[in-house]
Design a protein around this ligand. Structure first.
Ligand SMILES: Nc1nc2c(c(=O)[nH]1)N[C@H]1C(S)=C(S)[C@@H](COP(=O)(O)O)O[C@H]1N2
Ligand SMILES: [Mo]
Length: 186
């Protein structure tokens, strides 16, 4: 039943609200790149063609924004976080990952949260290429955390031993951000 799928204090919306700071990134497939840095044996700078050549994964999941809306049954397609993790040969000291966009936004998550099967870097949503206003060409999707962890227009990530503080996490929002525990504020 729908009710059991909706975390406490959330309401379901059929729309897909657009929420962000700054503006969508211009997308030039020739110039776009994605950096993997930090505690890895193999730092990487992937081109759009290289990213698209990685195995495609599909995951259907719910999306919960800390302001109260939840959108159910999103069909995301993209590259599993785990695939990039394996490609970069992450060192054992790495316990967190900071991800950033093309301008000012970032967020950080424990590695264990990102290694779940439903976490991906998505380039398609509900059967279409991911729209720029929803983070296209590429966004992080972490369904089991409030949506401010799901960085839009993601351009890179860094594996760290200690957790860095992301944009909203520096401004009073919860760093753990579990919707089922209503971890909205720090
Ligand atoms: N780069 C970037 N990613 C971001 C944000 C942002 O401001 N910049 N906002 C976050 C917040 S608070 C939410 S609720 C979701 C909204 O995603 P949507 O606009 O696709 O619904 O994106 C998250 N990712
Ligand atoms: Mo949000």
């Amino acid at each position: 039943m729908t009710k059991e799928r909706v975390p406490p204090g959330q309401y379901v919306t059929e729309n897909f609200p657009i929420l962000h700071l700054g503006s969508p990134s211009e997308f030039d497939p020739e110039a776009w790149d994605f950096h993997i840095q930090g505690l890895v044996a193999r730092p990487l700078c992937l081109s759009w063609a290289e990213l698209k050549a990685l195995p495609r994964t599909v995951s259907v999941s719910d999306f919960h924004c800390v302001t109260g809306w939840s959108r159910l049954d999103n069909r995301w397609e993209g590259v599993a976080f785990k695939a990039l993790y394996e490609l970069a040969q992450v060192q054992p000291e790495a316990r967190f990952v900071t991800l950033w966009d093309h301008q000012l936004y970032s967020s950080s998550l424990p590695l264990a949260d990102l290694l779940r099967d439903d976490v991906l870097l998505a380039y398609r949503h509900d059967g279409s290429d991911l729209a720029p206003e929803h983070g296209g060409p590429l966004r992080l999707v972490v369904p089991h955390r409030y949506a401010y962890k799901s960085v839009k227009w993601v351009r890179g990530m860094r594996f760290t031993a200690e957790q860095e503080m992301g944009f909203w996490e520096q401004r009073g929002y919860s760093n753990t951000a579990d919707p089922w525990k209503e971890e909205r504020y720090a």
